[in-house]
Every structure is written in structure tokens, then in C-alpha cells.
Design a protein around this ligand. Structure first.
Ligand code: GGG
Length: 367
């Protein structure tokens, strides 16, 4: 097998800061565990806009299509608030997701024992929590047409369109069922079937897929309205195993789930396409958090979501599950030792900077 290629896109705000820590990790794995990858650097988001006037160039997109995995930090920032939508930082990220056809966004939310005090919920409500949110990533209101300003009955109005085809819903639901089969055998399918046509359609398609496939019969399927799901995540999160939902609800609910774990800075993600005939699939790995301009450049960002995102790359794209296990354990031990960035600091914690946390993980790996 040829050496896998990683495309590195740090992006904006805290993106480059957390990225510096993942580069240290890649270097450590190369030196100590024989990780052999070819890396390429690229620009995305505001960093790309500043250089090229667009948030993603065709050349970088072509490299992403060819890469075995794309690693991305974060995009966006107030500097770009008045930039036209089609070249804003977020447009670069959305174009990558869409053109690479990364329809399944996996967002695991699990609690580390040492962080039970960092959540606003009671420890017994979140201890042992292990939820996987599967967010549909290339459809829905993020991409639906028509979109933008219109004149309607003589008045200006603005439109976004929520649209899903049967194939789009089925392929992401299939990913959720397949993952649930290897986990807790439970899928909550989340929409607003009571008020949205696409919600009722989503529910019908997911039910149909579940009923038509005997291999999913051992998986319990429950439908839930998105507003109830938000409430249940806070009230009794351990009832969930896999949650499958659309692009917008997935974005909202995963931020909500992040806070159960203590901080948005803890949540990694993997965005996956469909496997080709050889089993290879396009993939991008990024922390769930954004560019956090309020703390950018101050060494305050939590790099764990970025490191754990690379852990997902090790597992899903690089066939190095043992390295991912080592990383998970190192993170757990660092947190157990009371080493924290400010977002997860609790009583008695040793508060460290972004690079301090990265170094602590490497020191733990060295042990
Ligand atoms: N690392 C993720 C990131 O930078 N997110 C910023 C963002 O604009 N995301 C759009 C979305 O996922 O809804």
C-alpha cells in the first residue's frame, strides 16, 4: 500500500493553534510508532480568502479529493462578517464537504470520568455517557435551492430551502444503523415530523429502511422530535446511543451534547463519504468547535477535540486503531492527572495553555 496522504488545513482563529498540537502528535507517532504519512499544506476559510479572494481554491479542492484524509482546524471570524456569502470562510468548508460528498458526519460525545465536574449536569446523569451523533452533512437547508433574496407579492423576502431525497436520507440512516449494530443497538432518528414536510418524509424513509432490512431488526429504532431531543439530552442523555438527524439539527444537537462532556473543546468529528469498490472513502476530520475568535492567539484553546479528531482519522482512514486507542488512553490519563485548559478547569486543576495540553498528551504517550 502506498504512503497515505494527509491534507492539512488549519484555517482561522484558534484553528492554527490547535493544529500545531496535532502536528506534534503526528511527528510523535512517526518517530515512536512508525506512522508513515505524506502531508500537504493548504489554505481554507478566511486564511484562503485573504490570499486568494475565495475561501477554497480549485487546486486545494483537487488535493482534498485525492488525499486519504483531510485534517481541518476551524474557519470563520468577525473580520469576514461583511464578505459576500459565496466567498465567506464557511463557504470553503461547505464546498469541501459537498464536493467530497462527505454525507455522514460522526460526532461522538463521551464523558471522561475526570471531567464529570466540568459539566453543568449532575455526575450521575452523565457518568459513562457515550453518544454518537450522525449528522447528515451534504444536504438539507445548508444546500437546498432556491436560496437567497426574492420578491414575493411585491415584498422582499429571504428564503432557505430544506430538501432531502430518499437516497440522501437512506444513506445516512444506513451509516447510523451499521454503527448502532456495533454499539448499543439503538437509533434515535430526529426531525420535526409534526411541522415539517421533510421531517415527515425523513421519518417515513428511516422507518422503511429499518423495516426492509432484516440485518437491522436487532436495532431498536425510536423517532423523536428535535425539540424533545434537545430537552432529553439535558434531562436524561444516557437514554441515547446513536442519534441520526439532518444537517441543521445535527449541528445544534451536537453543540448541546458537547456541553454534557464539559466543553465544545472536547468534541471531535469525522466526515465520511461512501466507500468505493476498493473500500477507500473520502474523509475529513475536524473538531466540532469553530474558530473561537474571542480567544484566538491567546494560547487558551483546548486542543483535545483536534487531537481526538486525528484519533478518528487513525481509526477510520489510516487503519491504525491501536494508535487511536493509545491516544484515547493518554487523553484520559492527562485529564485524570488534573491537567486542564481553562474551558474544562475545575477545582484543584492545573490549568495549562494549548501547547501545554498538547505537551502533556505527548508526555503521557512517552510514559
Ligand atoms: N471546525 C468546524 C468549524 O470550523 N466550524 C465552523 C462552521 O462554520 N461550521 C459550519 C457548520 O458546521 O454548520
Amino acid at each position: 500500500m502506498s504512503t497515505p496522504t494527509l491534507l492539512l488545513l488549519p484555517g482561522d482563529g484558534i484553528g492554527p493553534e490547535v493544529f500545531a498540537e496535532v502536528l506534534k502528535l503526528i511527528d510523535w507517532l512517526a518517530r515512536h510508532r512508525g506512522l508513515d504519512v505524506t502531508t500537504r499544506d493548504g489554505l481554507v476559510g478566511g486564511a484562503c480568502y485573504d490570499r486568494h479572494g475565495v475561501a477554497l481554491t480549485d487546486e486545494t479542492l483537487a488535493e482534498a479529493m485525492e488525499a486519504d484524509a483531510v485534517l481541518l482546524g476551524a474557519v470563520g471570524g468577525p473580520k469576514y462578517d461583511n464578505v459576500p456569502r459565496e466567498v465567506r470562510p464557511e463557504a470553503g468548508l461547505l464546498r469541501l464537504r459537498k464536493e467530497m460528498d462527505l454525507f455522514a458526519n460522526l460526532r461522538p460525545a463521551l464523558t471522561f470520568k475526570a471531567l464529570l465536574d466540568a459539566s453543568t449536569l449532575k455526575p450521575e446523569v452523565i457518568e459513562g455517557l457515550d453518544i454518537l451523533i450522525v449528522r447528515e452533512l451534504t444536504g438539507g437547508v445548508y444546500f437546498g435551492r432556491p436560496r437567497g433574496m426574492q420578491t414575493f407579492e411585491g415584498e422582499e423576502r429571504c428564503v432557505d430551502t430544506q430538501a432531502y431525497s430518499q437516497a440522501e436520507v437512506e444513506r445516512v440512516a444506513r451509516v447510523a444503523f451499521d454503527l448502532a449494530a456495533k454499539r448499543g443497538h439503538k437509533v434515535h432518528s430526529v426531525e420535526k415530523a409534526n411541522v415539517m414536510e421533510t421531517g415527515a418524509f425523513w421519518r417515513r424513509v428511516v422507518s422503511g429502511l429499518h423495516a426492509a432490512n432484516p440485518e437491522f431488526s436487532a436495532i431498536e429504532l425510536q423517532h423523536m422530535y428535535a425539540d424533545n431531543c434537545a430537552m432529553q439530552l439535558v434531562r436524561n442523555p444516557k437514554q441515547f446511543d446513536v442519534i441520526v438527524t439532518d444537517n441543521l439539527f445535527g449541528d445544534l444537537l451536537s453543540d448541546c451534547a458537547a456541553m454534557l462532556t464539559g466543553s465544545l473543546g472536547m468534541l471531535p468529528s469525522a466526515s465520511l463519504g461512501a466507500p468505493d469498490a476498493s473500500g477507500r472513502r473520502r474523509a475529513m476530520y475536524e473538531p466540532v468547535h469553530g474558530s473561537a475568535p474571542d480567544i484566538a492567539g491567546q494560547g487558551k484553546a483546548n486542543p483535545l477535540a483536534m487531537l481526538l479528531s486525528f484519533g478518528m482519522a487513525l481509526r477510520y482512514s489510516l487503519d491504525r486503531g491501536a494508535d487511536a486507542d493509545l491516544l484515547d488512553k493518554a487523553v484520559e490519563n492527562v485529564l485524570a492527572a488534573g491537567i486542564r485548559t481553562g474551558d474544562i478547569a475545575g477545582p484543584g486543576a492545573t490549568v495549562v495553555s494549548t501547547s501545554g495540553m498538547g505537551d502533556a498528551v505527548l508526555a503521557e504517550l512517552d510514559r
